[in-house]
Design a protein around this ligand. Structure first.
Ligand code: ZN
Length: 137
């Protein structure tokens, strides 16, 4: 058996039963790299500590044997990340279309609604809670 083969099998034995990599540990690693770059650009020392914490947390998660807890954390992270992406996409969309539409929220449930600009005052019925109210656009 070659040295490389022995090292590979040793690593497989070492990682057996451990959580391994996932989206959250990868994100922590990327955050660590970004914070390191930011530290060297700004010279702001607390960013270095934060980056180091991100690296340590990432390594801890990869080597953790409490896989159930790590899966739960990762699920929460992925859901929050997708929410953030959706919110950002919707925000960009609103900014792009702000000349064509007036955006506002339903006073009852807070749903985001829109009306074409220059329609004057109209009665709007919310699609979610069916609340009807007057709105100028
Ligand atoms: Zn509503």
């Amino acid at each position: 058996m070659s040295v490389l083969q022995k090292m590979k099998e040793g690593l497989i034995r070492f990682m057996a039963g451990r959580h391994g990599t996932d989206e959250l540990s990868l994100a922590l690693l990327i955050a660590g790299v970004l914070l390191s770059v930011l530290t060297s650009v700004t010279g702001f020392f607390p960013l270095y500590i934060l980056g180091l914490a991100a690296y340590v947390l990432s390594i801890f998660r990869v080597l953790s044997r409490n896989t159930e807890k790590r899966y739960a954390e990762n699920r929460k992270f992925v859901a929050a990340w997708q929410r953030l992406r959706t919110d950002l996409k919707q925000f960009i969309n609103r900014v792009k279309n702000m000349r064509k539409y007036k955006y506002f929220k339903c006073p009852e449930c807070g749903s985001r609604l829109r009306l074409p600009r220059k329609v004057g005052e109209v009665t709007v019925t919310c699609g979610k809670c069916h609340n009807a109210f007057k709105q100028k656009a």
